[in-house]
Design a protein around this ligand. Structure first.
Ligand code: ZN
Length: 545
């Protein structure tokens, strides 16, 4: 995410203009899902039946398994029994910054979400079908959920007991779920786009963004970091990516857009249903779905990549020059990182009247204020690169926990800077020096990039230190080894989530050096380390504010 050039947003004092477009030290953001083919539905039905059969006689199945392997070890039998005994899934993913967030015991494969958008009300009747895999035998499990009302829940097509408690929806299926089983959960619910609930993990008084970005005719969403469960119940943690489908029904004079690719559009009785799916799994916080009056702009990127953008129709003409830059931007990023763009499509969504004053790396469809997209290239193109790089780092490679957010923001900021230098907007050492000086204040305010002080620091706390660590790493190992580190890390964690430790391990292995203390100093140290190649750089004298 980054703060876009929108009226009302104030650059942080003492920062350069590149920084001024970065998220303010207290902001938030969004995310997606998909549906099954007939083949996988069949497979699901089969495993579902198997799960029911086994859960009815779990002990018998275990005894049979043990006999079949010929093992009579008592301890092995005991641990098998323990593994097969249904128990409740954890009500947290164990994130150090968002301790309440996420859930244990299962892994979501896909979300299939329906919204019924009606003029004149902020409420929308909604449903979600979640397909998941049980990672343990489950007697009950929880979803993150902060929706207006839950009407019914079923598991494997059978009505299930449920209880809403805080921001959790605890579900007890009629029959326990076997470890390894694929299962489906259907939730009928209602959302209210006027709901403006802030994160329970944010400190008192912290600035927060609006999760529902509601408009006179339509809306967009901003789920980052932990608000996506205001849009749909789910496992709302970046470590559990999933494919998304959005099916949105609107009056036929409006239009629905979403992450992924438009699969169908059907109009009956004056209402139109749009269906979008993502090909790839993405984190919940970067799903996007919006309703409004948009003009669609299509193009082709490198290797024939389909590019489609949706810009608020009133701003379309002014924004079109920047939208037309996108194929070239994708080509620039592919060349710089040395890897193809990760998803099946790309483009931007230009929301009318502002998007909480920020831009968001919504997967396959980065979100901006439409007015911001009408800015000169020197002002907005670097931010467009920032969100595009997030498609690689943050979306395709997600963070394992929110303290790893520098992996996402540090990379986005770093390549954004390289782009600004390449286009002649900035001078590398000028910006690095300003960033270095700024880091002394930033670290006091937010903590080290990978050991942030509070949950609200997730949105901005890792940008600056992450950028500086990467720039200093490149200085030490040279361009070719640095690129190899980046590519190896990206290849290894594409479609998965990664930790800070994972990055350090890749850097050490690829470089053949022990870079642990250098990287840890930047990411975990209370003090700002010396800048490689610039031992004379010191904190700025400018007063902090
Ligand atoms: Zn960002």
């Amino acid at each position: 995410m980054s703060s876009a050039r929108v009226p009302g947003l104030r650059p942080r004092p003492g920062t350069d203009s590149t920084q001024s477009r970065e998220p303010q030290p207290s902001g938030p953001q969004p995310r997606p899902r998909r549906r099954r083919t007939r083949g996988s539905l069949t497979a699901l039905a089969t495993t579902g039946a198997l799960a029911l059969a086994l859960s009815a006689c779990g002990a018998v199945a275990q005894a049979g398994d043990t006999a079949a392997t010929g093992r009579s070890d008592v301890r092995a039998g005991a641990s098998a029994a323990a593994a097969g005994t249904p128990r409740p899934g954890a009500h947290s993913a164990g994130d150090p910054l968002f301790t309440y967030l996420g859930n244990g015991g299962y892994d979501v494969v896909s979300y299939d979400i329906r919204y019924d958008y009606r003029a004149g009300t902020t409420k929308m009747n909604s449903s979600v079908r979640i397909t998941a895999t049980a990672k343990q035998a489950l007697s009950s499990f929880s979803l993150d959920s902060k929706v207006d009302r839950v009407d019914s829940v079923s598991v494997q097509g059978e009505r299930a007991a449920f209880k809403a408690s805080g921001e959790k929806l605890v579900i007890t299926p009629r029959r326990a779920l076997r470890e390894g089983a694929s299962f489906r959960v259907d939730v009928s619910y209602r959302v209210d786009r006027s709901d403006d609930t802030r994160s329970p993990s944010y400190p008192p008084g912290a600035h927060y963004l609006h999760a529902w970005v509601d408009k006179d005719d339509g809306f967009a969403i901003m789920g980052q970091p932990d608000r996506a469960h205001m849009f749909f119940p789910g496992n709302d943690h970046p470590s559990d990516k999933a494919r998304f489908t959005f099916r949105v029904t609107t009056p036929k004079n409006l239009q629905a857009v979403a992450s992924g690719t438009l699969r169908s559009r059907r109009t009956t009785g004056g209402r139109t249903t749009y269906t979008y799916t993502t090909r790839d799994p993405i984190p919940t916080d970067v799903a996007q779905v919006a309703v409004g009056r948009f003009t669609k702009v299509t193009a082709r990127g490198p290797h024939g990549l389909p590019i489609r953008s949706y810009v608020a129709t009133d701003s379309y003409k002014a924004a079109k020059p920047r939208v037309d830059d996108i194929p070239g931007q994708v080509a620039w990023v592919e060349k710089e990182i040395g890897r193809r763009y990760p998803f099946e499509t790309y483009g931007v969504l230009g929301v009318p009247g502002g998007y909480d004053g920020v831009a968001l790396e919504s997967a396959t469809l980065s979100t901006f204020s439409a007015e911001g997209l009408a800015s000169p290239a020197a002002d907005i193109a670097p931010t467009m690169i920032h969100e595009l790089v997030h498609q690689y780092f943050g979306d395709a490679v997600s963070v394992r926990n929110w303290n790893d957010m520098w992996i996402s923001e540090g990379h986005a900021d770093y390549y954004q800077l390289l782009y600004s230098v390449d286009k002649g907007y900035r001078k590398l050492d000028d910006v690095l020096k300003q960033r270095y000086q700024f880091e002394f204040d930033k670290r006091l305010e937010s903590g080290p990039p990978a050991r942030l002080k509070t949950a609200q620091d997730v949105l901005t706390g890792g940008n600056n230190g992450g950028l500086l660590m990467l720039a200093g790493l490149r200085h030490q190992v040279g361009d070719s080894v640095f690129k190899k580190i980046e590519q190896t890390f990206y290849d290894r964690y594409l479609g998965r989530s990664a930790t800070t430790r994972d990055y350090i391990d890749v850097a050490n292995r690829v470089s053949g050096r022990d870079l642990t203390s250098y990287i840890e100093g930047w990411l975990y140290g209370a003090k700002v380390p010396p800048m490689p190649g610039h031992p004379d750089w010191k904190p700025a004298k400018a007063p902090a504010s």
